[in-house]
Design a protein around this ligand. Structure first.
Ligand code: SAM
Ligand code: SF4
Length: 351
């Protein structure tokens, strides 16, 4: 049975499926799928899901969120097309009931080599060992500040001690751990070195993220943004020269990695705004409600949920996926306000 294939924000299913549906018009090959498994979160970070907007945050109804069976089916189709790595994100992925089971199910799909997660770390002290046993190989854990009161303020309801225990538990479970800190002037810019040293001491690789203007989060202190050049300058003034690691042979992604010349320690800077690496982008993003986005910086999407729930075949899923890939733009320009600003929440798309 042919289903009516959806058009969202102008993205159409491919009329003719290309020989390789995961190669886009700019010759970039998709190998990596980021999956937001929930838009809900146990934290309320000021730059992401601020609590004090004076209005309720609207979450997707549970019935709109893809089930594990639907996720398994979609990832199986992606794996057949050549996706090798899946990152589970959110919202906060660890608040999705059954997350350990989901990791095991995705890791068991033929072709999937790596399942990793981005998390706020709040539940990692309990979950790291079972997640590792289920096949998770790495976690990125967000920790913006080492000052407990500032941490609580920045995350709305976070508990720094619990997150640090989560990092230790993840390292102890054998997961490859990176930390993520959104670098914010006047908030944590005096802690860049301390954040690095704490991560290194725990066995993690520290990373800093440029603040991105996303939905409500964009209302948050835009004058607090630090460019990656400034982050690097500040780190070099305290740690000495940083040597850029060769990108060849690295997983293409927005993070650029640097080695501290004096110590050989590694750190990453994610420069989504000022020095983005759209040219070798190899990823797609699936929201919790099944919208497939080809780019974090644009709202264009195709609804795989409509195909799944409309009785679509795997070939129809491939057509919808090929439409999103064909529509993948050459690059993004984040606008801070106005019609061009991405309207989605970071919680919907998962960073
Ligand atoms: N809840 C998980 C977490 O916090 O790690 C996963 C989802 S979160 C949306 C993924 C990443 O996006 C986190 O590292 C978070 O710090 C980052 N993030 C959220 N809002 C951001 C913004 N406006 N600019 C830059 N990074 C942001
Ligand atoms: Fe939750 Fe992560 Fe957003 Fe913070 S950044 S509110 S932890 S989804």
């Amino acid at each position: 049975m042919a289903v009516h294939l959806p058009v969202l924000n102008g993205v159409r299913p491919a009329a003719v499926v290309p020989a390789d549906p995961l190669v886009d018009l700019h010759a970039r090959r998709i190998r990596y799928l980021r999956v937001s498994v929930t838009d809900r979160c146990n934290y309320r970070c000021t730059y992401c899901m601020p609590e004090d907007l004076g209005k309720e945050i609207s979450f997707a109804p549970k019935s709109a969120v893809l089930t594990f069976e639907e996720l398994e089916r979609v990832v199986t189709v992606f794996a057949k097309l050549g996706v090798r790595k899946v990152r589970l994100t959110g919202g906060e992925p660890t608040v999705r009931k059954g997350i350990v089971d989901l990791v095991a199910r995705i890791k068991a799909i033929a072709g999937i080599e790596q399942v990793v997660m981005t998390t706020n770390g709040h539940l990692m002290d309990e979950l790291a060992a079972p997640l590792a046993a289920a096949g998770l190989s790495g976690v990125n854990i967000s920790v913006d500040t080492l000052e407990p009161t500032r941490f609580a303020e920045l995350t709305g309801r976070g508990d720094l001690a619990k997150v640090l225990a989560g990092i230790d538990a993840a390292v102890a479970a054998g997961l490859a751990v990176k930390t993520n800190a959104v670098a914010l002037r006047g908030i944590n810019d005096g802690e860049l070195r301390a954040l690095c040293e704490d991560a290194w001491r725990r066995g993690a690789v520290p990373r800093f993220i440029e603040h991105m203007p996303m939905s409500e989060g964009q209302l948050y202190a835009t004058d607090a943004e630090l460019s990656s050049a400034e982050i690097r300058r500040r780190l070099e003034s305290e740690l000495g020269p940083l040597v850029a690691r060769d990108r060849a042979g690295q997983d293409p992604g927005p993070a650029r990695y640097w080695t501290v010349a004096a110590t050989g320690r590694e750190l990453g800077i994610i420069s989504a705004m000022t020095e983005h690496f759209c040219d070798d982008c190899n990823r797609l993003r699936l929201t919790a409600t099944g919208s497939l986005h080809a780019c974090l910086g644009h709202d264009d999407a195709v609804s795989l949920r409509d195909v799944l729930r409309g009785g679509g075949s795997d070939d129809e899923l491939v057509r919808a996926i090929a439409g999103a890939v064909t529509g993948k733009r050459a690059g993004h320009v984040f606008e801070r306000t106005g019609a061009g600003a991405p309207s989605k929440h970071m919680i919907g798309i998962g960073g």
